[in-house]
Design a protein around this ligand. Structure first.
Ligand code: CA
Length: 402
């Protein structure tokens, strides 16, 4: 693990972006320039191409070329950034390349190649089972044997802040039980953690659990906006389609795995034996991360990621176990993160129990699903080295009428 000294950057210590974090993003200062890569430090962004001009990949407008360079290059660049930000003899040359975060526009930091979404919180899966299939087993027979997932739509993964245009589609009319076409009446969120692939895998070669950190570059936050009425009408028998694909919001900062060194956890207790390719006994692939969901400023949930049944390493092992390859820029998301308590649920369908128990916001209003004008902000923190807090920034979106 890198030993961290003190940084000369004022305000970094104690912020969500301390020297132990250094998440990567893509930013612009004026609207007519192409995005530049940077790391967040305190309330500034360090312009990477300006301070590390010998690393050509850092002059690209997205992280893909850098992420493809692999783990040793990631470690070397991270160590050089830490040196630049801690060595006071570098301050005079580096400081002009710190841009105040409040003055930048953030962009999607990667070109998303393929997008996969999992379903790996046992509490979420059980809640949805109880809501949607009352009287039947909460979990499907396969749930504890493999991480359930589906292939989604990479082209509609967009950066945090992208307006959420209320989607239209087919849904059942409550009065006639016939399909009709119109704007969703049950627009929901799903608070998730996303994993970004840096190094591709070969077709025909599954990625074993132990190779997770050779391929995955970092983590981000994802809001898998969901139209529940479209989803419930269309999903049998092939799963999510247009109820999900209209927009997936991604946080602008990718936290490198190296920043999470102090957050890894042993596996959760499982009561079902796993096949060898998923057996993570003795590994530490879980992660101690706490999400926070705000709706119009009110904290409506704090989902704990530590209790997720399936880890990111297991998800990658499973999605490649048939020989399918992953590419630089692949994004796969955890599935809705929900904990055991009512105030730890990561979706409104759970928080309002399918619309039957409206939640109250600080302004006195109530919600079941999202109304036009509503804003949702999901943030997260993990424990960092030396008592620091690793912040993920946030992923936000405001609903606008169709
Ligand atoms: Ca989802």
């Amino acid at each position: 693990m890198t030993v961290h000294g003190a940084t000369w950057v004022q305000g970094a210590a104690g912020s969500q972006f301390p020297i132990t974090n250094l998440p990567y993003g893509a930013f612009t200062v004026t609207s007519d320039e192409r995005p530049r890569l940077g790391v967040a430090i305190g309330d500034h962004v360090l312009d990477l191409a300006a301070v590390l001009p010998d690393v050509a990949a850092l002059a690209e407008p997205s992280l893909n070329a850098f992420m493809a360079m692999g783990r040793s290059a990631w470690a070397e660049v991270r160590a050089r950034i830490i040196d630049l930000l801690c060595d006071t003899s570098e301050q005079a040359t580096v400081e002009p390349h710190l841009v105040p975060i409040r003055s930048v526009q953030m962009h999607l930091p990667l070109e998303v190649a393929d997008y996969v979404d999992f379903y790996s919180s046992e509490h979420h899966a059980r809640n949805l089972g109880r809501i949607l299939r009352p009287g039947q087993p909460e979990l499907a027979d396969n749930w504890k044997h493999l991480p359930i997932g589906y292939h989604g739509r990479a082209g509609t993964a967009r950066v945090s802040g992208t307006p959420v245009v209320r989607p239209r589609g087919q849904r059942l009319s409550p009065s006639t039980s016939q399909p009709e076409h119109g704007p969703t009446r049950r627009l929901d969120i799903e608070a998730e953690v996303g994993w970004v692939v840096g190094v591709p895998s070969e077709l025909g070669r599954p990625v074993p659990l132990h190779a997770f950190r050779d391929h995955v570059f970092g983590a981000c936050l994802v809001n898998d906006w969901s139209a529940r009425d479209l989803q419930s009408w269309e999903y049998v028998p092939l799963g999510p389609f247009l109820g999900k694909s209209f927009l997936t919001s991604v946080s602008p900062w990718i936290v490198p795995l190296a920043a999470l060194d102090d957050a890894w956890l042993p596996p959760v207790e499982r009561d079902t034996p796993l096949l060898a390719y998923l057996d993570d006994t003795g590994r530490r692939d879980g992660i101690d991360l706490t999400l926070e969901v705000r709706l119009n400023g009110t904290v409506v949930s704090r989902p704990p990621f530590a209790g997720m049944y399936w880890t990111a390493a297991q998800q990658l092992a499973h999605l490649t176990t048939n020989g399918a390859s992953v590419r630089t820029g692949d994004l796969y998301a955890s599935g809705t993160v929900s904990g055991p308590e009512p105030n730890q649920r990561g979706s409104l369908i759970e928080l309002s129990w399918n619309g039957t128990a409206p939640i109250r916001l600080d302004d006195g209003s109530t919600r079941t699903f999202l109304e036009d004008g509503d804003e949702v902000i999901i943030s997260a923190t993990a424990p960092g080295p030396q008592g620091t807090t690793i912040g993920f920034g946030s992923v936000r979106g405001r609903v606008v009428a169709e």
